[in-house]
Design a protein around this ligand. Structure first.
Ligand code: ZN
Length: 487
C-alpha cells in the first residue's frame, strides 16, 4: 500500500491532496479499477513457457519468449509493444537455480518480471565394461574383473564410484552420479560354471576286513574342461581299520570363492571270522616263549630240534642281533606270534593307535624273517594286566580289535615263575611240570631271554614225553587260556 501510494504521487506531481484522497478511495475498491481509472499507463508482460523451468546442464538456454505491452486506457489495451531487456547470470555448467529478469520501461517507469531456471543433471553416468581377449572365468578362481570405466556428463570420471557384485554367476555393476542418477550394467562372464567332479575309485561304498592298515582305493577330480584337479582334493574323516564298524570319508575341493564340491565314501570294516577253538584230544603242552629272540634262543632251538618238539615264540624287537632266530624257528616248524616291539607299557598302552603301531612293527619284523605274517599274539603283561590301568578300558578295546582282525591272543594257564619268582632252573622245571600235570591243554609261559628258563626245557620235555603228553605249537584254533580282562 505504501509503495503504491508513493508510485501514485510520483506519477501525478502537483495534484491536490483532495485528488490524492480520491485516488486512495478508488484504490480501496480494487487495484485493477484503480489502474484503469487513474492513468491506465501500466505494463503487462506476456510470457511464453512456464515461469519455472528446468534446463539440462550444458544445454544452451533458449529463451521461450516474452513480450510486454502497455495496458492502459490512454493508448489502448495492448496496443503498444514495449522493448524487453533480458538479464541474469545463468550458468548452464553449474547446477543450481537461476533467475532470468525481464525489464522494460514505459513513460520513465521501469517494470520487470522474472522466470526461474533450474539447471539440472538428469543424464545418468555412462558405464563401459572392458573385455579381455580370450579370458575365461573358472569355477576354481571365480570371475576376475576385466575392468570398466564410468563417466558422467556433469561429475566426470566416476570409475571409483562403481560398485560391482556377483549375483547368480552374473556381475552386476552400478554407479550413481551426484544428482542421484543411476546406471546399472550386467556382465555374464564366460564361466566354466560346471563344478568339478570327484570320482571315487571303488565307489561310494566299500567294505573290507579289519586289518592293521587302510589304503584308500583312490580318487581323482577334474573340471568340466578336463583339467586334473586331483591335487586339490582334501580328504577328511578317518577309518579305524582294526575296528569293525562303519566310517565315512569326505573328499572335497574348495574354490577360492568359497564354493565346495564334495563326495562321500562309506567304508565298512568287517570283523574277520576266527576259526573255532579245538580242544586237543590228548593232554597237550603248548610251551611258549616271550621277549626273544635273544642270546639263548639258538640253544633252545637246538634242544627242541633234538626232541622234535614244536613251541611258540612271541617275539619282540629288542635284540636285532638275534632277529635271524625268528626265521630259523619258523623254518623249523615253530609258531611265531607278535608280542611287542618296544615292550614299553607306558607307550604301547597309551592308545590303540600307539599299540597297533608297535604291533605292526613286529608284524613287519616277522614278515621280514619268515616271509609271512602271523595271526597269533600275546599282550605284554597278558590280557589281565593292570599295568595299563592308566588308560582305562584299553585292554577291552584292544582285545576286541585283535579279534575283529582275526588275530588270536593267547594268555597262559601255567606259569614257569621265570619272570621274577625264581632264577633256579630246577624250580622253573618243577613249576611247569606241576602246572601241566593232569591238564588237558597247558599253555606255559616262559622267557627265552632267561638262560635258567631255557635250561629247564629239556627236563620238561623228557617228563612230558615219558608221561604221555604231546608238545605242540599254537595255531589260531588252539586253546587260548584267556585270563579275565581287568581293564
Ligand atoms: Zn613280555
Amino acid at each position: 500500500m505504501k509503495k503504491l501510494f508513493k508510485k501514485l504521487k510520483k506519477i501525478m506531481p502537483g495534484k491536490t491532496g483532495l485528488v490524492v484522497a480520491a485516488i486512495l478511495l478508488v484504490y480501496a475498491v480494487g487495484v485493477t479499477a484503480a489502474a484503469v481509472i487513474v492513468d491506465g499507463r501500466h505494463v503487462r508482460f506476456y510470457m511464453t513457457g512456464p515461469e519455472e523451468l528446468e534446463l539440462e546442464c550444458f544445454e544452451p538456454y533458449e529463451e521461450p519468449g516474452i513480450y510486454a505491452v502497455s495496458a492502459g486506457s490512454v493508448f489502448g489495451e495492448g496496443k503498444r509493444h514495449l522493448h524487453v531487456e533480458t538479464s541474469g547470470n545463468l550458468d548452464n555448467t553449474k547446477l543450481g537455480e537461476y533467475t532470468i529478469k525481464y525489464t522494460t520501461r514505459y513513460l520513465l517507469q521501469e517494470y520487470s518480471t522474472e522466470r526461474k531456471v533450474k539447471v539440472v543433471d538428469k543424464i545418468a553416468p555412462v558405464l563401459e565394461l572392458k573385455y579381455q581377449e580370450g579370458y575365461q572365468a573358472t569355477w576354481m578362481t571365480g570371475y576376475q574383473e576385466e575392468g570398466y570405466t564410468a563417466t558422467d556428463n556433469y561429475d566426470g570420471d566416476l570409475t571409483d564410484k562403481v560398485e560391482s557384485r556377483l549375483e547368480d554367476n552374473r556381475m552386476v555393476y552400478t554407479v550413481t552420479d551426484s544428482s542421484g542418477n543411476t546406471t546399472t550394467m550386467v556382465r555374464e562372464p564366460l564361466y566354466t560354471q560346471g563344478k568339478p567332479e570327484i570320482i571315487l575309485e571303488g565307489g561310494s561304498e566299500i567294505s573290507l576286513n579289519a586289518s592293521l592298515s587302510f589304503n584308500d582305493p583312490g580318487y581323482s577330480a577334474k573340471d568340466s574342461m578336463g583339467n586334473d584337479m586331483t591335487q586339490l582334493v582334501q580328504v577328511t574323516g578317518e577309518v579305524c581299520p582294526y575296528k569293525a564298524g562303519s566310517y565315512e570319508l569326505t573328499y572335497s575341493i574348495q574354490s577360492q570363492t568359497g564354493d565346495t564340491v564334495t563326495a562321500k565314501r562309506t567304508v565298512t570294516v568287517l570283523p574277520v571270522n576266527n576259526p573255532d577253538i579245538v580242544s586237543p584230544d590228548v593232554n597237550t603242552i603248548y610251551l611258549t616263549f616271550d621277549d626273544g629272540p635273544g642270546p639263548y634262543t639258538s640253544k633252545l632251538l637246538d634242544i627242541l630240534a633234538k626232541y622234535n618238539v614244536k613251541v611258540t615264540f612271541f617275539v619282540t624287537g629288542a635284540n636285532s642281533k638275534y632277529f635271524d632266530q625268528i626265521g630259523r624257528a619258523y623254518r623249523e616248524g615253530h609258531s611265531i606270534g607278535v608280542h611287542t616291539y618296544s615292550h614299553n607299557y607306558k607307550s604301547i598302552y597309551s592308545s590303540e593307535d600307539a599299540f597297533f603301531q608297535d604291533f605292526n612293527a613286529v608284524e613287519d619284523l616277522i614278515y621280514q624273517q619268515t616271509g609271512s605274517y602271523t595271526q597269533l599274539c600275546r599282550f605284554p603283561g597278558g590280557s589281565s594286566n593292570t599295568v595299563s590301568s592308566f588308560n582305562p578300558g584299553i585292554m577291552t578295546s584292544l582285545a576286541a580289535s585283535l579279534t575283529d582282525m582275526g588275530y588270536q591272543y593267547f594268555d597262559w594257564n601255567v606259569s614257569s615263575g621265570d619272570a621274577g619268582e625264581t632264577t633256579d632252573t630246577d624250580t622253573v622245571a618243577k613249576n611247569i611240570i606241576d602246572g601241566c600235570s593232569g591238564r588237558r591243554a597247558s599253555v606255559v609261559l616262559q622267557h627265552d631271554i632267561k638262560d635258567y628258563s631255557v635250561n629247564a626245557v629239556e627236563q620238561v620235555i623228557i617228563w612230558g614225553l615219558n608221561n604221555g603228553y604231546v608238545f605242540r605249537a599254537l595255531d589260531v584254533s588252539s586253546p587260548h587260556a584267556h585270563h579275565s580282562i581287568n581293564n
